[in-house]
Ligand binder design. Sequence first.
Ligand SMILES: Nc1ncnc2c1ncn2[C@@H]1O[C@H](COP(=O)(O)OP(=O)(O)OP(=O)(O)O)[C@@H](O)[C@H]1O
Ligand SMILES: [Mg+2]
Length: 343
Amino acid sequence: MKSQQPLLSVRELCVDYITESGDVRAVNSVSFDIMPGEVFGLAGESGCGKSTVAFSVARLHKPPAYISGGEILFKGENILHFDDERLRSYRWRQASVVFQSAMNALNPVLRMEEQFCDVLIAHNPGLTRYEAIKRAQELLAIVDIHPSRLKDYPHQFSGGMRQRLVIAIAMALNPELLIMDEPTTALDVVVQREILQKVYALKEKFNFSILFITHDLSLMVEFCDRIGIMYAGELIEVAPSKAILTAPLHPYTRGLGNSFPPLHGPKTVLEGIPGTPLNLLEVPVGCRFQARCAKVHDRCRQEYTALAEIRPGQQAACHLYADGLADDELASEPLIFAQAAGC
Ligand SMILES: Nc1ncnc2c1ncn2[C@@H]1O[C@H](COP(=O)(O)OP(=O)(O)OP(=O)(O)O)[C@@H](O)[C@H]1O
Ligand SMILES: [Mg+2]
């Protein structure tokens, strides 16, 4: 899976929203890499900036959002410098998206055949309609839908099937990166898992990379190789997915894990995270998590802290480590959730 060159390299990305109350920095200096064939997850509370990152990576952000700093390198090319033509081929051939609102992404008045042909022919001008339909049939088979259903309209499919149709369209041009933002949130847990297993099997077969966003930490740990945790617009921890549960470094990551009820094992009292998410119009000096952190100390209120490698392959943005203040509990004790999940 790993190779030397990342497929995607997000470097110190900053995204602002222009609002009546002033500019809101929704994403602040976020950096991460996704390797070829890797599944990278982004997790964090609602409003922490996950979708803003995903939209930026697809270059689908629109005003009032604007990218105020940083680079997004796809195979070394900065996508922020792409012109319209280059962007068109980037969006389907290189990076393809399945968003939160994917259920509404299908055109209700067109048969599925038209919707597949539109994408395929627009991006392959030499393709005949017959060839496009053949390819559409193959794509449907990949997501376990009978090719004859190409004649149907979106409303004739169940929610889970519509979601698989959207995934099939997203895969129409064999993208190298699939961006999935809450792709299955509207579906029940069984269908959700089935669809993700299908996507994972496709990833194994075609070796594309995935940027995966979901609120469900257990799904994320199951499907991702590495996970980035965001808090108030910043990436505060990046780790192999199992380490997020068993050996979290940042107090927020620990709190996030402890906010999930275990499925097995004895009943436990959930600790949760005290306080409320930060108002991005009132960002404090120093660490953004300081008001909610049980381990806060003076430096946290004075100095910004960037991501730094604390363990091999595991980065955190927290002063505790540089200051030698991390206790064993924070550095090594497994979470309640992780114990219950048998990690
Ligand atoms: N159009 C907009 N105008 C102003 N602020 C916005 C706009 N869209 C998003 N924001 C702000 O940007 C921040 C990040 O939003 P974003 O949608 O990226 O969060 P998220 O992590 O995807 O949340 P969720 O888990 O609820 O989907 C939030 O504070 C949000 O209020
Ligand atoms: Mg979102």
